[in-house]
Design a protein. Structure first.
Length: 282
């Protein structure tokens, strides 16, 4: 039976360290500030945004909330971003995704100053990651890497299979694993014989957004399984992208859903915001 990788516990430990770092910054007259922008009424986004605001309060980050209606135009959102780019109280800007259809997500992400891009989605920060000199790294993949490190899992020479090729998780986590000297395979909807690819992995990172798509009996005995999926099934139940029970019987270590990668995402957002504030006093 696999060891459970407790994302909640790791996140809580790191948040303690972040709280201490912020207290030290405040003695130098710097209070890290994060602008959180939500456009529209998406139920999951509302939950994530309120979790982010609460996390900011807990660690001592000034959180500047902007809740805009679902019919906000792209020009209005770009105007707000311009103002936040120039606001000296703000070290990080976060626009919650997904955005409503009338707004071009790429244009919005590119409008955020790369120096305040604590989500790590701006092409400048993506490019820094590609060349192995990251500044701000996307929070979910960054959280995955911190979890692996905290659990003592070394990727050097390992076969890592990433299932999913999104800009937010799949592609960046693959680059981060490569930087840790893993041999990385990215699988996606057109991949042939996914079961065999997953079965070859020492470490599986599942980020497809399809409930329990990765079957437990595909997992190589002793492999590590990181499940990035947070899928709502029915009214209340959350499941990952991996069939947890059968996978846990074969894996050496596995993340649960909820309580695995999810809590790390917001923790790394706090970390990036503190890093951005620290950079202002260099
Ligand atoms: N601007 C961004 N938008 C989105 C991001 C992002 O990193 N930046 N990621 C996701 C959503 N997300 C953060 O925004 C996020 C997802 C899940 C969790 C989390 O803690 N999940 C819990 C379960 C919470 C629940 O009950 O729903 C868990 O897995 O234990 C935090 C943040 C898309 N948009």
């Amino acid at each position: 039976m696999a060891n459970l990788i407790d994302g909640k516990a790791i996140a809580s430990k790191i948040r303690g360290e972040i709280t201490a770092e912020i207290a030290a910054l405040k003695t130098k007259g710097i209070t890290p500030g994060l602008a959180v922008v939500l456009v529209g009424e998406d139920a999951a986004s509302k939950v994530y945004v309120s979790m982010k605001e609460k996390a900011c309060q807990d660690v001592g980050i000034f959180s500047d909330e902007h809740k805009l209606s679902a019919d906000t135009t792209e020009a209005e959102l770009l105007d707000l971003i311009d103002k936040l780019n120039c606001d000296l109280r703000i070290h990080g800007i976060l626009v919650q995704l997904p955005l409503p259809k009338q707004i071009n997500t790429e244009r919005v992400l590119e409008a955020i100053s790369p120096h305040k891009d604590v989500d790590g989605f701006h092409p400048y920060n993506v490019g820094r990651l590609v060349i192995g000199k990251p500044v701000f790294q996307p929070c979910t993949p960054y959280g995955v890497m911190v979890m692996l490190k905290e659990t003592g899992i070394d990727l050097n020479g390992k076969e890592v299979v990433v299932v999913g090729r999104s800009n937010i998780v799949g592609k960046p986590v693959a680059l981060m694993c490569l930087a840790q000297h893993a041999t990385v395979t990215i699988c996606h909807s057109r991949t042939k014989d996914l079961a065999a690819k997953v079965g070859n992995a020492d470490v599986v990172i599942a980020a497809v957004g399809v409930p329990e798509m990765i079957k437990g009996n595909w997992i190589k005995p002793g492999a590590v399984v990181i499940d990035v999926g947070v899928n709502r099934v029915g009214e209340k139940k959350l499941v990952g992208d991996v069939e947890f029970g059968p996978a846990a019987e074969r894996a050496s270590a596995i993340t649960p859903v909820p309580g695995g990668v999810g809590p790390m995402t917001i923790t790394m957002l706090l970390q990036n915001t503190v890093e951005s504030a620290r950079r202002t006093c260099r």
